[in-house]
Design a protein around this ligand. Structure first.
Ligand SMILES: Nc1ncnc2c1ncn2[C@@H]1O[C@H](COP(=O)(O)OP(=O)(O)OP(=O)(O)O)[C@@H](O)[C@H]1O
Ligand SMILES: [Mg+2]
Length: 449
């Protein structure tokens, strides 16, 4: 890697340089520093979505598959702006640029892309794509002569060593909204689709996830793994749940169940022994083995849920349309709790996925009442003059644009077979066709491209 040159390129880049200058002086050198050569780089790559073209698509060549010839399967997309565009993460132009990059990453000819970069010579940010999920892999960083080497080296380190797993925390500080039910059925559907999942019961006071799968609660496995840092296998930490819903078919996922010890130790004492960051660190070795790591967390904003969110790339928030408290709680997660952890982690994550309604039948008038409540919550959050001011629209109405005013929110209705499944120790998605369809729809809505 020739970092001297990237520094020189930055030094030569004029203040206020327009996009073509940023491309020719800085980005060309940046791509070289990331070790993509000229035959591995396509400027103005057609994404497959209408006339959309992204500024650069890159991918390593392999034997006879030369990227500039085949023009297939890009690995990383880069959207470049001039220095006259403000890419500070609080600016409107930043938000527009991120939306643009996301649209490109999800376009038909870019399905293979795993990374996206936005850059303008003043700022740069790396995003990761896993299935349909696009999340920051680094914060939006201001580039200076002093830090440019470190930043580009951090980006290179990430894109050269992609992690397999997406880590998802299922959380709402409101109780009984379907966190545990969602976790188990999501793992069930992912297994059905050939994905490897690990689920973690991080609600030791209830242990609903462990119990709902009929597993024996161990006296001490999770506790020692976290506190004493024992090797995961020797601690008997991981169990495999196997199901054979039809003859000849077998699906399975792995679980880290909760244990007695973790429940018995007082929270204050536990916090003295381990930090919120410990679960994230402990899960690191599993990220190359699984496609998904799903963490079930307890209601309330305390040690276990903070740890779960700290460990996550993204947070999935089940909520109820008919409870103002549930909607308010979802807003609190978005406005306060996730930003709190983002500040601590300082790597751009985690981010929330849009909320979904779970377990209620929704009439049209009820839907409109919920919309009114949500609109008020969105207004209040926008007008919040503190540093926490945030546009909640994409988290409540992911398909909304000012032009289409689409108030769609994904929902899983109340369904008796879902409620009854916990007693049979089998995920509802494996027992009942309609339940399976609901969770398949959820999995496609949020995770699969
Ligand atoms: N879509 C649904 N239809 C019917 N019942 C459901 C549905 N989703 C969840 N339930 C039921 O609602 C109850 C609460 O669900 P669950 O335990 O998953 O919520 P939770 O958010 O994990 O609760 P807690 O906050 O206590 O951890 C359970 O009895 C579950 O079976
Ligand atoms: Mg639960």
């Amino acid at each position: 890697m020739d970092f001297t040159n990237i520094k020189q390129a930055l030094q030569r880049l004029p203040d206020g340089a327009a996009e073509p200058i940023v491309c020719s002086i800085f980005i060309t050198q940046l791509l070289k520093t990331l070790e993509f050569d000229i035959t591995e780089t396509i400027p103005g790559f057609a994404t497959g979505n209408g006339n959309d073209t992204v500024d650069y698509a890159v991918r390593k060549n392999s034997n006879s598959d030369i990227f500039i010839h085949t023009k297939l399967n890009p690995y990383l997309l880069m959207e470049v702006k001039g220095r006259n565009i403000n890419l500070h993460s609080k600016s409107a132009q930043y938000r527009t640029t991120v939306c643009q990059l996301k649209r490109y990453l999800l376009a038909s000819k870019c399905q293979s892309a795993q990374w996206g970069i936005i850059a303008n010579g003043d700022y740069i940010q790396l995003f990761r794509k896993h299935g349909k999920v696009i999340h920051p892999a680094l914060p939006c960083l201001e580039i200076t002569l002093n830090n440019v080497d470190t930043i580009i080296s951090a980006i290179k380190q990430k894109i050269d060593n992609p992690q397999k797993a997406l880590t998802v925390a299922v959380y709402n500080n409101k109780g009984g909204v379907g966190k545990t039910t969602t976790t188990v059925n999501l793992a069930a559907i992912l297994a059905m689709l050939g994905k490897r999942s690990l689920i973690v019961d991080f609600d030791p006071n209830q242990k609903d996830l462990t119990n709902s799968l009929g597993l024996k609660v161990s006296p001490d496995s999770l506790y020692s793994w976290l506190v004493n840092k024992t090797a995961p296998l020797s601690a008997g930490l991981i169990n495999t749940c196997k199901f054979s819903p039809k003859p000849g078919i077998s699906w399975q996922f792995d679980i880290i169940g909760s244990d007695e010890k973790l429940q018995s130790v007082e929270e204050d004492k536990l916090r003295q022994m381990i930090s919120y960051a410990r679960l994230r660190q402990a899960l690191e070795p599993f990220k190359s083995q699984y496609d998904y790591i799903l963490i079930d967390s307890p209601p309330n904003w305390r040690f276990f849920s903070k740890s779960a969110i700290y460990a996550a790339d993204v947070v999935l928030i089940p909520t109820k349309h008919n409870s103002i408290f549930s909607l308010e709680n979802a807003a609190t997660v978005l406005e306060r709790f996730i930003p709190e952890i983002q500040n601590e982690r300082n790597d751009g994550g985690p981010i929330a996925l849009p909320i979904f309604y779970n377990g209620e039948s929704i009439t049209d008038p009820a839907k409109r009442t919920a919309e009114q409540t949500i609109n008020k919550i969105i207004e209040r959050a926008k007008n919040n003059k503190t540093a926490n001011s945030i546009d909640l629209t994409p988290y409540f109405y992911p398909r909304y644009t000012p032009a289409n005013q689409n108030y769609y929110i994904f929902s899983i209705p109340s369904y008796a077979h879902i409620a009854g499944a916990a007693f049979t120790r089998t995920p509802a998605a494996y027992k009942n066709k309609t339940a399976c369809e609901h969770y398949l729809a959820l999995t496609k809505e949020y995770f699969l491209q």
